[in-house]
Write a new protein. Sequence first.
Length: 256
Amino acid sequence: MKWLKQKYHISIISLFFCAAASIGVFLGRYISIRFWLLGAVLLMASFCFKGILRPIFAVMAGLLIGLSRGSIAHNVWIYVSNMKGKEVVISGIIDGDPIYKEEQTRFVVSSDSGGSYYVSIRREVAISDGDKIVVSGKLSDGFGVYVAAIWGAELKEASRPEEKLFTTKIRSNVISGLREILGDNDEEALAEGFILGRKERFSDEMLVKIRRAGLSHLVAVSGFHLVALIDAPLKRLRKISRLFSLIISILGAVLF
């Protein structure tokens, strides 16, 4: 019965979790559930217990989180496929600062029903990151990480919530601090890219230079940012508690 008390390295636990999550995402096409919170609790539990319970909890957490993610993505895919080329109404929260270019307002909407939509309005609109918004227009093919796009959308409703999300507050404070120190210029936009993985405010000239230099991965949400978020707490807080440092690392990655 020694296998019941066998010790499992964190890399093995991570492997079990990732494998189960991948299976869960695939099964999400056929099973529609949303148990994010339970999956997160089980994932934390996998680091608290010892022996065979650790990989069991990791697998259960991966399956639940994968199923939740997969079912949402599949439902969004079905909706987009059925509604492509038709007039739709999308409600959600603006994710990131809008871009004002060529007398247009372009921004990303994180939909209430799931998925990110790229939207453009043929006029300049006073909106900002974190605002609640409702737009309508013809649904077009998406690109990159966007499930679909709405070009020439009509703004139905926009409101600024009294209390923004915690993550939105942190991001806004970071951006405000950078602009106060560096000013509103390309240097500040580059700093936003390095720290937050945002490149909405890059000028066309800067984008060309970054691509030629082969540094695009440094100004997009990538492993560079996740490593920084995970590695720093692990190194700084490990002396206090390995479990606490791990929880902070995971929380930072999820919030990012």
